[in-house]
Design a protein around this ligand. Structure first.
Ligand code: ADP
Ligand code: MG
Length: 271
C-alpha cells in the first residue's frame, strides 16, 4: 500500500511547465524578485525574498541551520518552483525554461552527493559525457581525488559500489567537485559541507573548493566557515524567511547585526 501510494503521488505530480527550447543566456547574474516558497502549504520557508547575485562574483549565504539557505540553491537549480515571485538568470525568467536547460548552466556541489554504481571515471564523466579520459583525470587532480583514486584496486576503472558506498564522505565530496570542475559551467552552486568531515578530509575539500573558485564564475556558496565568507564580494544573511542583511564583510561588521554576532561568536571559538 505504501509503495502504491508513492507511485500514485508521483503520477499525480504536475507536469513541468518550462519549454525545452535552448537556453543560452549571455549574462549569468541571478535575481530573486519577491520569491515566496514553502515545501508544506502554510509553512513558509522564504517570504518575498529579493536579491541579486552579480555575474562573475562570489556571493556567500550565511544563516542559522534551517533558515532556508539550501532552499535558495534548490530554487536556482529548479529542483522546486516558487509559489510566487520570479527568478531570473541573465534577463530570462527560469520559470519558462525547462529544468534540464537550467541545469546545463550550473554545477551543484551538494551535501548529498549522488553517485552511480559504476567506475570512478564514468561517475565523473557524467558531468560532461564528451570529456576525454585525460580531461577526467585532470579534473580529478584539481579536486584532490587523484591520491585516493590511484590507491583503488583498478584506479579510475574501479567500481565504487551502489551510491559510492566504498568511499568516505570527504572522498565523495571531492568527486562531486571534480564533476563541477569538468563541467565548467558558468554558474556554481556550493553547499559547503565540511562539518561532518575529519580534519584531513576537511582540508582536502577546502583546497578542492579553492581550486574550483579560481575560474571566474558566478558563484553562490553556502559557507559555514566565515574565513571563506570574509572574502566574498557579497554576503547574504538569511533569517526569518528573508534576507536580513546584505553587504561585504566590512559593511556587515559595521552594521553590528546578526552577521557581526555570528562573526564574533566564531572568533571566540577559534582564538
Ligand atoms: N524537502 C523538504 N520538505 C519539507 N520541508 C523541508 C524540506 N527541505 C527543507 N525543509 C524545511 O525547510 C526549512 C529550510 O530548510 P533548508 O533550506 O534546508 O535550511 P538550511 O539549508 O538553511 O539549513 C527547514 O525548516 C527545513 O526543515
Ligand atoms: Mg542546508
Amino acid at each position: 500500500m505504501v509503495s502504491k501510494r508513492n507511485i500514485e503521488n508521483l503520477i499525480q505530480e504536475p507536469e513541468e511547465t518550462g519549454e525545452d527550447a535552448p537556453f543560452a543566456p549571455e549574462r549569468h547574474d541571478i535575481t530573486f524578485r519577491d520569491v515566496s516558497f514553502s515545501y508544506v502549504p502554510g509553512e513558509p520557508v522564504l517570504k518575498r525574498v529579493s536579491f541579486t547575485v552579480p555575474e562573475g562574483k562570489l556571493t556567500a549565504i550565511v544563516g542559522d541551520s534551517g533558515s532556508g539557505k539550501s532552499t535558495i540553491l534548490n530554487l536556482i537549480a529548479k529542483f522546486y518552483e516558487p509559489q510566487s515571485g520570479t527568478i531570473t538568470i541573465g534577463d530570462r525568467s527560469i520559470q519558462t525554461v525547462s529544468a534540464e536547460r537550467v541545469l546545463a548552466q550550473l554545477s551543484m556541489v551538494d551535501q548529498q552527493v549522488f553517485l552511480f554504481d559504476d567506475t570512478v571515471r564514468e561517475n565523473i564523466r557524467h558531468a560532461r559525457p564528451t570529456a576525454t579520459d585525460r580531461e577526467v583525470e585532470a579534473a580529478c587532480r584539481d579536486a584532490g581525488c587523484d591520491g585516493f583514486v590511484e590507491k583503488l584496486e583498478k584506479s579510475y576503472d574501479t567500481g565504487i559500489g551502489e551510491n559510492g558506498s566504498l568511499l568516505s564522505g570527504g572522498e565523495r565530496q571531492r568527486l562531486s567537485i571534480a564533476r563541477a570542475i569538468l563541467k565548467n559551467s558558468p554558474i556554481l552552486l556550493l553547499d559547503e559541507a565540511t562539518a561532518s568531515l575529519d580534519i584531513e578530509n576537511e582540508l582536502a575539500v577546502k583546497q578542492a573548493i579553492a581550486n574550483l573558485l579560481k575560474e571566474k564564475k558566478t558563484v553562490v556558496m553556502i559557507a559555514h566557515t566565515l574565513s571563506i565568507v570574509k572574502n566574498a564580494n557579497q554576503i547574504l544573511v538569511v533569517a526569518d524567511g528573508t534576507i536580513k542583511e546584505s553587504g561585504t564583510h566590512e559593511e556587515l561588521l559595521a552594521e553590528n547585526g546578526k552577521y557581526a554576532a555570528m562573526w564574533n561568536a566564531e572568533q571566540k571559538i577559534t582564538v
